[in-house]
Ligand binder design. Sequence first.
Ligand SMILES: Nc1nc2c(ncn2[C@@H]2O[C@H](COP(=O)(O)OP(=O)(O)OP(=O)(O)O)[C@@H](O)[C@H]2O)c(=O)[nH]1
Ligand SMILES: [Mg+2]
Length: 373
Amino acid sequence: MDASVNRIKSSADDRAFLISLRLKNENTEELNDSLNELKLLVKTAGAVITDTAVIRRDRIDPAFIIGSGHLEIIKNTVKDKKITLIVFDINQLRPAQVRNLEERLKCRVVCRTEIILDIFAKRARSKEASIQVELAQLKYILPRLKGLGDALSQTGAGIGTRGPGEKMLETDRRHILKRISKLDKKLKEISNHRNLIRKSRSGMLKGAVVGYTNAGKSTLINNLARDDLFVEDRLFATLDSYTRVVFLDADKKVLLTDTVGFIRNLPANLLESFKSTLEEIVNADFLIHVIDITSHDIEKKINIVDKELSVLQSNNKPIILFFNKADSSSGNVNVVLEKYTNAVTGSALKNTGTHELKQKIIGIYNNMTTLIG
Ligand SMILES: Nc1nc2c(ncn2[C@@H]2O[C@H](COP(=O)(O)OP(=O)(O)OP(=O)(O)O)[C@@H](O)[C@H]2O)c(=O)[nH]1
Ligand SMILES: [Mg+2]
C-alpha cells in the first residue's frame, strides 16, 4: 500500500471510549443501531472498546458537544483506564470542538467518519482504492486544517512535522490541494483504462452485486464464479471491484462485479472518491442486491442501499433481491418472502438458493438479449 494513504492517524491498538448522544425527539432505535454499528466499525479499525456511554442532552454544546459534568466523568475514566481514543457517534465534529475536547480530556477525539476512513485506508489494496481513500481523507482534512493546527502537528497525522501557525497551514493547504489534483488526474487515467476494458467486454451482459457491508456479496460471487475473493467477517472487506465470469448454463454467461459495501451515513467524501469504482454499478445491466436476512433492521438497510443506488441513478435497472445467510436465520425466511414476493432466499456460504438466483438472472438475460437482438 502507498505509505501516504493513511492521512488520518490510525485507530489500531487504541483503547476506545464510545459516546452516543441522545438529543430530544431523536429516534432511539436508530441511535441504538448506529451505536452497535459504530462498535463493529471501531473493532474493525483495530481498537479495543473499554467503555460506552449514552448521554442525553437537549442540544449539542457548541464548544464541547457534551456538558461539563459528563466531561469530568469521562476525563477521569480516560485517566483511570488509560483510554487513548474517544469516538463520538456523530458524522462530523467541528475543528474547534475537537481541539477543545482534546485539550480538556487529554486524549484523541474522533467522529464516525474518521473511523470509516481509517478502515478504508487499511483495506485499500489496489492502486485505485488507495488513491480513492487518500482523496477522501485529504478532502476531509482540508476544510478542517485551520482549526486543527495544533492537533495535527501533535499527532503527526502525515501532513508533516511543521508547527502551527497560519503561514504553515497555508503551505499545508497548498500542498494538499496540489496532491488532490495529482490524485484526481491519476484516478481519471485509471477510470479511462477501466472504460477501455469495459468496451472490450461490451458484448456480454454485466451485473453488479451490491448491498450493505458484510451482507455476503463477495461470498456470493465466490460461490457463483467458484472463485476465491477476499471474504471476512469484518466491515468493508472489499474495496475494489472485481469482475468475474459466471456461467448460467452450458451456453449462457454473464459478468458479475463485486462492489464496496454501503453503510448508514457513508461519508459523502468517500462516495465521491469511490466514483470510479461505483461506475461499475452505474454501467451494469442489472443488479443483485444482497441482504443479510439475519439482521434485525433488514428494511432500514435495504432503504439505505436503495438511497445510494438512486444517488447513482441506478435504481431503475432490473434488481434481484437475494436474502442471504438463510442457513443461520430462524424463521425469518417466510416473513421476508411474504413481503418481497419476487426475492430469492438462500445461503452463499452453503450454496442454497443459488440455482434459483441463476434462473432469475437467466430471465433477465433472455429479456435483454431479446431486446438487444
Ligand atoms: N452463515 C452465513 N454466513 C455467511 C453467508 N454468506 C456470507 N457469510 C459470512 O458473512 C461475512 C461477510 O461476508 P462477505 O462475503 O465478506 O460480505 P461482503 O458483503 O462482501 O462484505 P464487505 O465487502 O465487507 O462489504 C463472512 O464472515 C461470511 O463468511 C451465508 O450464506 N451464511
Ligand atoms: Mg466484500
